[in-house]
Design a protein around this ligand. Structure first.
Ligand code: GLN
Length: 193
């Protein structure tokens, strides 16, 4: 069934195909954003995982950065995962860069060290229940402030949060077959959450 929602998926680098497939399975129309002229009238935006430094650089080189920053500041709902979370965070504790900087959280990049570079675990996600969470050289959120709300934690570290229409995860919900985090994002766009 069609959801009637049109979602832009940033497609300059990283794990965007999996988000697109998942959103299409939930009835969304997806637009791959590769250049400025791809940024059309959208109901939501996905910032995928990958490498935040590369994505940040490409966003500027492709002249997409200011347009997306303005849309986000004007209330475009965003689902940001892993590197996408780093792009949205207003502070990165172990990096001097700030990218969109819209979300009142501090993140730590590559926060789990080499040993625990990639892992999966089960954890409770507020409003959904227990889900499987896949981490790949992931950041975690060390601090939230303002009206940002914590949605999931693993071993006392914050791995998902929401502020208004910004939904962020340090893990990769697009890499499991569970569509509930994406479903939560669509509910959020519709104003049902
Ligand atoms: N380590 C990456 C970064 O710092 C994030 C990894 C990911 O998105 N899976 O940008």
């Amino acid at each position: 069934m069609k959801s009637g929602l049109k979602i832009g998926v940033l497609a300059v680098q990283g794990a965007f195909i999996e988000h697109k497939r998942m959103l299409e399975s939930l009835g969304c129309e997806c637009v791959e954003l590769r250049r400025k002229s791809d940024i059309c009238d959208l109901d939501g935006l996905v910032l995928p995982g990958g490498e935040s430094t590369v994505q940040g650089k490409l966003l500027r080189e492709l002249d997409m950065f200011d347009e997306l920053k303005e849309r986000i500041a004007n209330g475009l709902p965003v689902l940001a995962t892993c590197a996408g979370l780093i792009l949205l965070a207003s502070h990165i504790s172990n990096d001097d860069n700030v990218y969109f900087g819209t979300l009142p959280v501090t993140v730590k990049r590559n926060a789990y060290g080499r040993q625990l570079g990639s892992f999966r675990t089960k954890a409770v996600f507020d409003g959904i229940g227990e889900i499987e969470e896949v981490f790949i050289r992931a950041p975690y959120i060390s601090e939230v402030w303002g009206d940002a709300k914590i949605l999931s934690s693993v071993d006392g570290r914050i791995v998902a949060a929401r502020q208004g229409k910004l939904l962020v995860t340090a893990f990769h919900p697009e890499l499991t077959s569970d569509t509930r985090v994406h479903g939560c994002f669509l509910d959020m766009i519709r104003g049902d959450r």
